[in-house]
Write a protein that binds this ligand. Sequence first.
Ligand code: G3H
Length: 196
Amino acid sequence: PRPILLTRHGESMDNVRGRIGGDTELSEAGKVYSKKLANFVEKRLKSERAASIWTSTLQRTILTASPIGGGFPKIQWRALDEIYAGVCDGMTYEEIKKNMPEEYEARKKDKLRYRYPRGESYLDVIQRLEPVIIELERQRAPVVVISHQAVLRALYAYFADRPLKEIPHIEVPLHTIIEIQMGVTGVQEKRYKLMD
Ligand code: G3H
């Protein structure tokens, strides 16, 4: 069995401000997480010479990966970028509710299918993840995936065999590693909460 390690980026400045999307840097807590994650990964994958680290193209995931040593290749995937909120990118949920109440309600009603104006829906994200999943399945060595909440909900649901309709509501907390073990007897899961 070989592990797939899933984690969100360390807390970003937009996480602190409650803004969705964007491309901000890590907060102080986020930087601490990046170091703890590096420690964990270097120990966990010490003798795994073919392991690799996959991030999105957004700086919060690249910065989270940056302290990881050990010579593992780091690969950026645009398909791992966070769900794109279109005209709502950079807003808080409060601002969306106040300024675009119809959008807010429509999303609440059907979060899976709701597509942000000029942005994406969860279904769009699930579709663009297909090549990533094919490549993950093909890898024989461990992979560390550092991505974003909506994307990781979809990836996790695929491996944990969770129904489509649950995807937008799955909890993927910050600063926690979800380890998926793909064995002959099925999929096993462990969680490591590295900090609050
Ligand atoms: O910035 C986007 C969030 O990570 C996705 O959260 O789909 O629950 O609004 P949400």
